[in-house]
Design a binder for this molecule. Sequence first.
Ligand code: URP
Ligand code: ZN
Ligand code: ZN
Length: 463
Amino acid sequence: MSVLFKNGLVVTSSGSRISDVLVEGGKIKCVGTGLADRADEVVDATGKYLLPGAIDTHTHLDMPFMGTTSADDWKSGSIAAACGGTTTILDFSLQGKGETLRDAVERQKGKADGKTVVDYSIHPGVTDARPDVIDEVKKAVNEYGTPSFKIFLFYPFRVDDYAMIRLLEETRKHGGLVQVHAETFDVITRMDELNAAEGRLTPFDHARAHTVLAEEAAIERTISAVEFTGSRIYIVHLSSGQGLARIEKARHRGLRVYAETCPQYLTLTEDRYREANWGGAKYVMSPPLRPQSSCDKLWLGLRDGSVQTVGTDHCPFNFTGQKDMNGKDDYRKIPNGAPGIETMLMLMHSEGVVKGRISLEQLVEVTSTGSARMFGLANKGSITAGKDADIVVFDPKRKFTITKDRLHQNVDYTPWEGFEMTGMPELVYSRGKRVAEWSDNSMKFVGKVGEGRFVKREPIPFI
Ligand code: URP
Ligand code: ZN
Ligand code: ZN
């Protein structure tokens, strides 16, 4: 099966050019001008962008968490991803006590295989850093194809600094990358106690408890650990301008401290926690939404390269039946997380590129090329000969109003209800096969369930 895309604006992180793209056998065969119309399918991309499929660096599909399970499984979650222009999903699998990293990876693969419609890989989440697990890092990097490892400094399954240091040492030796949820457990626990003593247990008080200082303090701990080990670290879901300032200072000292942020921290503010009828619970996530000044600083970070990637932290729980299960009177019992797997590319284009906050090339860098580089996805992340043909034909002018009913996520709300988008995917290809298309005023899934594959990632060079 061959596909020829004609006359599209091929966007790479270093420049954009009107070109044709020929795809054969699921791979990009060549990019050039005036390619002959000899292909099974010819797509006229005049006036459209040709973007590499987005890579979502951070999702939680079918994940047991806080007494329930995230609402999207691999079928609904990956269909939503495809409809939003995301063609690779990097999902987490948390190691249980006594489990190996292989156990964690295989468990999540078992849920994904046969269901996912786009390619995926797994970040093992290390919660039990026993000596044999530290030893297993080498195999995870070189054999399992999973060279990135998440640790938490918050939640009951957090690790201590000793474990962080041992993982940093081991990943440095083998080409791995530690990802860290940077919030200090003890600060938040004390804030929770103070809130509870005063009867402050609304969703807004969740944000108060997860003070920005808890993020800053945890980031400083990780920076010290990087300095001590000579390793590198990646801060997941960075939420605050203050946290970013600390990362930038460390980077100016030559330390390898990388950061990911998410559309919610760029486009929504803490005012959401005041939403009527307990609506603030929709935004109970950790870290929480921050003031507008943080959104502005994070956009600048994407623009100047101090924030390298965008992921969604898609962790959906229904407002009715999950968010309200135990937490109506106590924010500490509200499952943490929000949906976003389908809306990343449209939001980053409409709120980022159209509003002049980032360039089109930076959009491609932070949603695809930089993510592939960061996570060892050798065959993904750009429209270049030899790479997988994960391609989004993107209409930069198309208008779309985000509303839960026009999305495919299996959850009863979207944080961006009513947001007006300029620019939408029109056609989405995963390894040369069409998986989603615009029709009848929204995106439709047209692929086959189970055609997505586990991607064995490469060790990540130290640069
Ligand atoms: O609130 C969040 N972020 N839920 C998902 C789990 C995590 O910490 O990434
Ligand atoms: Zn986290
Ligand atoms: Zn997460």
